[in-house]
Design a protein around this ligand. Structure first.
Ligand code: G6Q
Length: 545
C-alpha cells in the first residue's frame, strides 16, 4: 500500500497556519517565552536527550496547528506503512526498511511475505566475526602480517555515513586506522595510498550497485597498486566487498568469505547501519557498532510509538516546515558543539537534500510550495569565528540546531565549561539580541562621545529573534549518536510525507552522470560533438592542453 497523496496547502490546518502566521510573524521569541500557556510543551525529554524548542517563533497555537497538519497529511498512516515494509518508495518500487537493519531482533519484519529479521541477524553476525578476526589479527594479509589500516572505497551513501560516524566515534577507536577514498579524482586515491603499507592494508569496496564510476575506478587503481606491490593472489586477501551485485564482485576477484550482502530496500544514504557500516565496525569494534544500532533502534521505537506532541523527529520536522513554508527561510544550519561531529553537516546535506530536494509531488504534479531545506553548518566554536556574523546580523533568517553534550569524552578535559558556555550563550544571544539602549550605555561606559556613539551604534545593535533548537545530550557515545542520526532520518521522512513528495528516490543525480559518460568518451576520442557553445569551448580548451 502506498502513501496517501494529500496536498498540504489544501488542508484546513495549512489555511489556519497561514492566518496564524500573520499574527505571530512579528512577535518576539523573548515575549512569547513568557506568554506560553504550557511551557513544558517546549521541552522534549527522552532518554539522555533534552531538546529545548522554546527559542522558536511559536506559541501553543502554532504547535497545535502544526500537529494538526501532520495528522491531516496522514503522518500516522505513513509511519506505519514505512515500518511495515510497504512499497513507499514508489518510483523505484521499493520498501524502505533501513529501520529493519537496526532491529533488536524481537520482531518480525516482512518484505514480500518473508520475515527478513533472520537474514539481518545473520549478516550482523558475519560483520561481528569478520571485525573480530581482523582486529585480533586472526585474519592476515597475503604476507602473513596482521592488518593495520582499513580503506573504505565508496561514494555518496556508501561513504558519507561511515566517514561521519567513524570521525564521530574516534574516541572509541579500535587499533585499526581508517581511511576513506571517494572522489573519482585520482589525486584523492593516490594521496591516500601513498603512505600505506600494502602488506597490512585491507580495502573494502562498498557499492550497492558495484557499477558506480568513482568507486570502481578507485578500486581498480588500488587493485593495480596492490598487485604491483605484492602479487595478483593478494587481491583475494586484501579486498572485501559490500554490494548487492554478486556477479560483479566475483569478476573483481573477491573471496566469497569477504563478501557482505546488502538489500535493495535500504537506500544508500540510509545504509550506514547495514554492512555498508563494515568500516565503522572495524574502526570502533563490533560492540560499539552494535550500540550504534541499538541507539537508532530506540529512536525508531520512540518515533513509532510516542504521540506526536512529544515525538522528537515529528516536532523538529514541523518546526522546519514552519520556517521553510511560512517564514520562507531558505536554509537551516546545524551546529554541533563537539569537534567529533565535524562531518555531521556534510552527512546531513546528503540525507536531507537528496531526500527532500524534489519539485514533483506524489501525484506526479509540480509542487506549489517550497520543499527541501538547504542544510549547512560546522562545529561550534569554530563557526562562531566564521559565519555566525551572518546568522546574528545578516538579512536572512536561519533557524539553527545547536547540538551539545553535558560531558566531554576525555576525563582530563578542563575546557568543557568554556565550550558549553559558548553553546548556551549563542542561542541566548540569537534570541535576545542587543537593544539600542544597551548599545548606547555600553559605548558611553567605554568613553565614546555622543557623535561617536551616534555613528557607531547601528552597527552594534542585534535585532535578535533568531530561532534555535537546543539538543542537549548527556555524552557522545555510540548509542547516543545512533539515536541522533535516526532522529534526523525520521525528521526527513516526516517532512517528505507532509510535502507530499517521495523522499526515498534520487532521480536528480542521474542527468549529470549520463552526460559525464558521454563527455568522457568524447575526451578520450578527442572528438567533441554537439554541446552548447559554452561547453564546446570549455572542452576545446581542455583538449588543447
Ligand atoms: C544515496 C544514493 C547515492 C549512492 C551512491 C553510491 O542514497 O543512492 O549517494 O549511495 O551513488 O552508490 P553505490 O553504493 O551503488 O556505489
Amino acid at each position: 500500500m502506498s502513501l496517501k497523496k494529500i496536498n498540504p496547502i489544501k488542508t484546513k490546518s495549512w489555511s489556519k497556519l497561514k492566518a496564524h502566521f500573520n499574527e505571530i510573524e512579528n512577535k518576539e521569541i523573548k515575549d512569547l517565552l513568557s506568554t506560553r500557556s504550557n511551557p513544558s510543551c517546549f521541552s522534549l525529554g527522552w532518554n539522555d536527550f533534552n531538546i529545548d524548542i522554546s527559542k522558536n517563533r511559536i506559541d501553543n497555537t502554532t504547535l497545535n496547528l502544526l500537529l494538526d497538519l501532520a495528522k491531516e497529511c496522514g503522518l500516522e498512516d505513513a509511519i506505519s506503512k514505512q515500518f511495515q515494509g510497504n512499497i513507499i518508495n514508489e518510483t523505484e518500487k521499493r520498501a524502505v526498511l533501513h529501520t529493519a537493519i537496526r532491529t533488536d531482533g524481537n520482531e518480525k519484519i516482512n518484505v514480500d511475505g518473508l520475515n527478513v529479521v533472520p537474514s539481518i541477524l545473520e549478516t550482523r553476525s558475519k560483520i561481528k566475526s569478520f571485525t573480530n578476526d581482523i582486529i585480533s589479527g586472526n585474519l592476515k594479509g597475503d604476507t602473513g602480517k596482521p592488518f593495520t589500516d582499513v580503506v573504505n572505497i565508496g561514494i555518496g551513501g556508501s561513504d558519507l555515513g561511515p566517514v561521519m560516524v567513524v570521525e564521530a566515534l574516534k574516541h572509541y577507536s579500535s587499533r585499526l586506522k581508517p581511511h576513506f577514498v571517494s572522489n573519482v579524482d585520482g589525486d584523492h586515491v593516490l594521496e591516500i595510498i601513498k603512505d600505506l603499507n600494502p602488506e597490512t592494508t585491507l580495502f573494502i569496496i562498498v557499492s550497492k550497485t558495484f557499477t558506480t564510476q568513482e568507486t570502481i575506478s578507485n578500486a581498480n587503481t588500488i587493485r593495480d597498486w596492490l598487485v604491483s606491490k605484492l602479487n595478483v593472489s593478494a587481491v583475494s586477501k586484501h579486498f572485501a566487498a559490500v554490494s548487492t551485485n554478486l556477479t560483479e564482485i566475483k569478476k573483481f576477484g573477491i573471496n566469497q568469505k569477504m563478501v557482505f550482502s546488502m538489500n535493495d530496500w535500504v537506500g544508500g544514504r540510509f545504509s550506514l547501519w547495514s554492512s555498508v557500516g563494515l568500516s565503522i565496525s572495524l574502526a570502533v569494534g563490533y560492540e560499539n557498532f552494535s550500540k550504534l544500532l541499538s541507539g537508532a533502534n530506540k529512536m525508531d521505537k520512540h518515533f513509532q510509538n510516542i504521540e506526536f506532541k512529544n515525538n522528537i523527529p515529528v516536532v523538529l520536522a514541523l518546526l522546519s516546515i514552519w520556517y521553510n513554508n511560512f517564514f520562507k527561510c531558505e536554509t537551516e544550519a546545524v551546529i554541533p558543539y563537539t569537534q567529533y561531529l565535524s562531518r555531521l553537516p556534510a552527512y546531513l546535506q546528503q540525507a536531507i537534500m537528496e531526500s527532500n530536494g524534489k519539485s514533483i509531488d506524489r501525484n506526479g504534479n509540480p509542487v506549489e510550495y517550497q520543499t527541501g531545506n538547504i542544510i549547512w553548518g560546522d562545529t561550534g566554536t569554530n563557526s562562531q569565528h566564521a559565519f555566525f556574523q551572518l546568522i546574528h546580523q545578516g538579512t536572512k533568517l536561519i533557524p539553527c540546531d545547536f547540538i551539545g553534550f553535558k560531558n566531554p569524552l576525555f576525563k582530563e578535559n578542563t575546557q568543557h565549561n568554556k565550550l558549553m558556555s559558548n553553546f548556551f550563550a549563542q542561542t541566548e544571544a540569537l534570541m535576545m539580541g542587543k537593544s539600542e539602549k544597551t548599545v548606547v550605555e555600553e559605548l558611553k561606559k567605554a568613553g565614546l562621545n555622543a557623535n561617536e556613539i551616534n555613528s557607531l551604534k547601528a552597527f552594534k545593535i542585534f535585532n535578535g529573534n533568531r530561532p534555535t533548537n537546543t539538543l542537549l545530550i548527556d555524552q557522545l557515545s555510540p548509542e547516543s549518536l545512533g539515536s541522533l542520526i535516526a532522529m534526523y532520518e525520521h525528521k526527513i521522512f516526516v517532512q517528505g510525507v507532509i510535502w507530499n513528495i517521495y523522499s526515498y528516490d534520487q532521480w536528480g543525480v542521474e542527468l549529470g552522470k549520463q552526460l559525464a559518460s558521454k563527455v568522457l568518451k568524447e575526451i578520450e576520442n578527442k572528438k567533441i560533438s554537439d554541446h552548447d557553445s559554452s561547453t564546446n569551448s570549455l572542452l576545446k580548451s581542455y583538449l588543447s592542453n
